[in-house]
Design a protein around this ligand. Structure first.
Ligand code: ADP
Length: 763
């Protein structure tokens, strides 16, 4: 449909008039009145018929003006005829609108134009009249505007009329234009006319038939397309249903596998806590490690199927990005330290780290990339760098780089990395294990979070895995980060860092600089000793434990041996788990800070050491970092616990865990028993399995929330193998307070119980 032209464009009055006319016609005969292609075509013709009708009737009313040029009698007669036809043409638009019958109006139009053209040539001079030329155009107009049949009818009518003019020429001529010469030319003239008319009709018919055929072909193509479309929709629906079934199957399977695995891992962990011979310990550790690997594989496959089905559910919670990176590093620190790798990270302090998004998924990507980096690096370092840039007023794009000095990846294999089940070569699987799904999942996750992932790598030099994610910024204060600590108490102190690793020196120098503290650095024990003895008057020396030639402990001995430096405070920087209190040289240190060094933790430790130093003498004060707290949880938080679990093995695992914390839980094996129990006696905590026979965990929770008065309501913690966000939401909707995913880990249970204990103020 034609649109009203843009008013900004300059238009002549004539163009404006045409546009208005078309718009008026559009409104007069709206397209919806005709369906299908043929209908649309017909409609276009109908509009032209109307336009011609209006135009012709307007012209016909000008008939009287002819009086000026012709002899009065003929002109008057002509004027009447023209006015009658013109008047009758005015009926066309109204009739078409009223009846919607194009055939009827078309027939009328055919008659009106015929009478007008043939009539005027009859009255204005027969064969030789100028208006007879229009007789040729009449069939053409009818073929195109009405139908081929109308074209043939008008062609035949014209020919018959011409022959009649010729035969009765003498009688019908009113004006003799050629004065007697007409006998010579007239037959030739009529013959040419007839040939002309036949040719025109033939051209019109051919054109029409072509058009009809192409319309029919288009219709056929359209029909075929419709059919293909239908088939495509059906196969798409079938594929979606299959994917849905596949993911449901995988989710169910993984649930089914997790449940017995929970028993295996849990029992193995408990057995490891008992007295075992070295051989037995090795066997059980193997069982637990294999269980852990199996669990990782199941999680990967489940995740991958969700990624494939586009069913990743993202949480939107405020969190601290710095804390997320630190958590991922904490988890992998022991692995890095087993391989003697330096693990470090840097997030410039001016980067906003309080964001809203899915912390678990971000941690998952980081753990995968850092885990790979550690896996494929034998010596050197693994470093994580984070930078940020604003994409608009409320969004920040974070750019993470996980850099290692490992084996690297050949250029021709790099593009395959992010495809599922791909490993650089088959031998890696044998040597390092893994499903080859981690990177594919991580890349997809980063894409779902508004970013992407790529890699740069050189064989023998190392790899740089990079990814971006976009988060909306939040004004919320998410946690106590380094920003909320003031370095003021140590601003006037002089610090020396001794570390052989260049990246560590760089990162820490940067941190100290941002706090406004000067940091001197030394890359070896010798250099440190030289600096210390050259009268720099350092207050604190931070010493890396593992350095070539002279390690941190030996350096501390050397420093203590220098008589004038007896009171110099030393802090040990050591990888996770490498510090042992039995080491006598540990007394040289005020305390330790574990690597990877977190700026917030380091500053907090330094502030602590500085105030300790004021209170006690160095060298004798045990570091608070070395103090182990191993108090039983139950004595700190005495809670009455009900365990609801149908699976016997899992009952034993969870029950034993609780016993090891000092609790004596009551155990029931389905939801309805749980409801009965909480009605009978009060509990502080109910650990509730989700899927149970007779009554499931959600229903039981709803009943407990509905039946019990507020004072007797226990805290209900769900235990489920369905580790999806929507399941967690279901738990909260049913009235549960918290959530532990299976396989249940002792640390998780401890953390949740501690939380409940603190909330209930039981301590
Ligand atoms: P997997 O679970 O097998 O580690 P990933 O998708 O995480 O699966 O990794 C796929 C493959 O990419 C690995 O098997 C390894 O060959 C290669 N790769 C990943 N990260 C690194 C890295 N940092 N250095 C060298 N190779 C790597």
């Amino acid at each position: 449909m034609l649109k009203r032209p843009d008013s900004n464009i300059d238009q002549s009055k004539w163009e404006l008039f045409i546009d208005r006319l078309i718009i008026w016609l559009d409104q007069f005969l709206p397209e919806e009145d005709f369906d299908g292609l043929d209908g649309a075509n017909r409609m276009r013709k109908a509009r032209i018929v109307i336009a011609i009708s209006i135009f012709s009737s307007a012209c016909c009313f000008l008939g009287p003006a002819l009086i000026l040029f012709l002899d009065v009698e003929t002109a008057q007669f002509m004027s009447y005829i023209a006015m009658i036809i013109g008047g009758s043409m005015m009926v066309n638009p109204w009739l078409l609108k009223r009846t919607g019958n194009f055939k009827l109006v078309g027939g009328l139009f055919l008659t009106q134009t015929g009478v007008m053209i043939l009539g005027s040539s009859f009255f204005l001079g027969g064969v030789l009249a100028v208006s007879t030329l229009f007789v040729i155009l009449w069939p053409l107009e009818n073929t195109f505007l009405l139908s081929p049949r109308a074209g043939i009818i008008s062609g035949v009518t014209s020919i018959v009329m011409l022959i009649l003019y010729y035969i009765f020429d003498e009688q019908i001529q009113t004006i003799n234009l050629l004065n007697g010469q007409q006998e010579v030319y007239l037959p030739v003239y009529v013959f040419c006319f007839i040939v002309g008319i036949i040719t025109i009709v033939a051209i019109g018919l051919t054109y029409e038939s072509f058009q009809r055929r192409s319309v029919a072909e288009m219709q056929q193509i359209l029909d075929e397309l419709k059919l293909v479309n239908q088939e495509l929709t059906q196969s798409k629906e079938a594929a979606e249903a299959a994917t849905q079934a596949k993911s449901e199957f995988l989710a169910n399977m993984s649930h089914e596998i997790r449940t017995p695995l929970n028993g295996v891992i849990g029992m193995a962990s408990l057995t490891l806590d008992s007295d075992l011979s070295d051989e037995q310990r090795e066997f059980i550790e193997t069982i637990r490690n294999s269980g852990d690997s199996l669990l990782t594989i199941i999680n990967d496959i489940l995740d991958f199927s969700k990624v494939e089905a586009g069913k990743i559910e993202l949480e939107n919670q405020p969190f601290d990005l710095r804390r997320c990176v630190e958590d991922a590093l904490d988890l992998l620190a022991s692995k890095a330290s087993e391989k003697n790798l330096e693990l470090l990270y840097s997030i410039p302090l001016d980067v906003r780290t309080e964001v809203v998004g899915d912390v678990t998924r971000l941690r998952q990507i980081l753990i995968n990339l850092i885990g790979n980096a550690i896996k494929f690096t034998d010596e050197g370092e693994v470093a994580i760098e984070v930078s940020a840039r604003k994409t608009d007023e409320s969004h920040i794009e974070y750019h993470f780089t996980v850099r290692d000095t490992g084996i690297g990846i050949p250029a021709e294999r790099q593009d395959r990395l992010f495809k599922s089940f791909s490993q650089v070569d088959a031998s890696t699987t044998r040597k390092f294990g893994g499903t080859g799904l981690g990177l594919a999942i991580s890349k997809k996750l980063s894409e779902v979070m508004g970013g992407t992932m790529w890699v740069e790598s050189e064989v023998g030099v190392g790899s740089r895995f990079q990814f971006t994610v976009t988060y909306p910024v939040t004004m919320l204060k998410v946690s106590n980060t380094v920003f909320h600590l003031s370095p003021a108490p140590v601003l006037d102190k002089k610090f020396l860092l001794v570390d052989d690793n260049k990246s560590v020196r760089k990162v820490l120098s940067h941190c100290f600089k941002s706090w406004g503290i000067h940091l001197d650095v030394a890359q070896s024990g010798q250099e440190a000793l030289a600096k210390i003895s050259s009268g720099h008057n350092f207050d604190f020396v931070m010493i890396d434990r593992d350095m070539p030639e002279m390690d941190g402990l030996s350096l501390s001995d050397e420093i203590r041996r220098l008589p004038e430096l007896k009171n110099l405070s030393m802090v040990l920087l050591s990888e996770h788990g490498k510090v042992t209190t039995l080491e006598p040289r540990m007394s040289n240190f005020l305390g330790t800070v574990s690597k990877p060094i977190k700026p917030s933790q380091l500053l907090r430790a330094l502030l602590g050491f500085a105030s300790n130093k004021r209170k006690s003498k160095p060298g004798t004060a045990p570091s608070h970092a070395l103090q182990a707290q191993d108090e039983l949880l139950a004595s700190r938080f005495p809670l009455r616990i009900l365990l609801v679990e149908d699976n016997l093995v899992n009952q034993k695992v969870a029950g034993k865990m609780l016993e090891n914390m000092g609790y004596r839980p009551d155990i029931v094996s389905d939801g309805s028993e749980a409801v009965e129990s909480v009605k009978r006696q009060p509990y502080d905590v109910v650990l509730m399995d989700m899927q149970m026979p007779i009554m499931d965990g959600l229903t039981a929770t709803e009943m407990i929330r509905g039946d019990l008065d507020v004072a007797h309501q226990p805290k209900i913690i769900a235990m489920t193998a369905n580790a999806q966000v929507s399941d967690r939401e279901k738990c909260f909707e049913a009235g549960m307070d918290d959530y532990i995913s299976k396989p249940v880990r002792i640390e998780d249970v401890k953390e949740k119980l501690q939380k409940v204990g603190m909330k209930l103020n039981i301590s």
